[in-house]
Design a binder for this molecule. Sequence first.
Ligand SMILES: Nc1ncnc2c1ncn2[C@@H]1O[C@H](COP(=O)(O)OP(=O)(O)O)[C@@H](O)[C@H]1O
Ligand SMILES: [Mg+2]
Length: 282
Amino acid sequence: MSMGKEMPKVIAVSSGKGGVGKTFISVHMAAYAADKGQRVLLLDADLGLANVDVMLGLQSKGSVLDMVRGEKSLKDLLVHCDAGFDVLPGGSGLYELTALDATQQQVMMDEMRQVSSDYDLVIIDAAAGIGDNVLYFVSASEMALVVLTPDPTSLTDAYALIKVLSRQRNVRRFMVVVNQADAFDAQVTFRRLLSVADRYLDVHLDYVGHLPYTTDVRRTIQSQSLLKAQDAPLTRQALDTLYEATLSRPRNPSRNGGLQFFWEHSLNEGMNVTPAESKGGV
Ligand SMILES: Nc1ncnc2c1ncn2[C@@H]1O[C@H](COP(=O)(O)OP(=O)(O)O)[C@@H](O)[C@H]1O
Ligand SMILES: [Mg+2]
């Protein structure tokens, strides 16, 4: 039905609080999908301590500033990693996107849209909290994945993130992963989140699974490599189950796929943007 190629599925991984496992989950999801034959791009928009560069032992090839100045293209900045997917490393400075001026942001967006059309799946490690960059990337994505742990502050912060995304950016559907919890605690944690969200927000939360707390994760991160089945069969099994569920969720029919940046949403959904303004803005 569609003309040309299908738009990639774009999943933004975010959390209320930092240190909950977003980067570990994003990197391994990229590897899982690549292993299943998908063409995968991982965009690291997080300035965490153990970011994607560190976890995979990658070095950035330049910064997005070189790109907006026209000295490099986004493709020049991508690093192909052994696990079979491409990465825009965090060291490239994507986490500073909202600090760029409007023209530079436009250059970035055009390049990201163009490059992403070469892939089946784009995963964005979108950082923690409710900063502009997080809101920007999550609202630009077809699907939002929120990671939390049973820690009460993680729950409150996840709720705050979902609230801001739904009220300010009209993001209504969220996949939820509970990390560092067994199946029972994960369910309890999800139900807590669900009960407040159902009461106060107009959102749909979809529990996609959990990952237990295990020293395998810490060891894997320290070794700057990916978790291997022979070293950690139970954790590998847990990851496979989680990703199978996450990646088999139906696509979001209210989003078009690919990266849809905020003012495109604004145009589509008529949020506070007059036609005159929107023309000037884009
Ligand atoms: N399932 C887990 N079991 C044990 N430790 C974990 C688990 N998930 C994350 N961690 C620990 O939490 C730290 C932060 O993980 P990371 O993926 O960098 O989080 P984020 O990207 O959300 O800041 C890791 O260094 C790791 O030691
Ligand atoms: Mg991180």
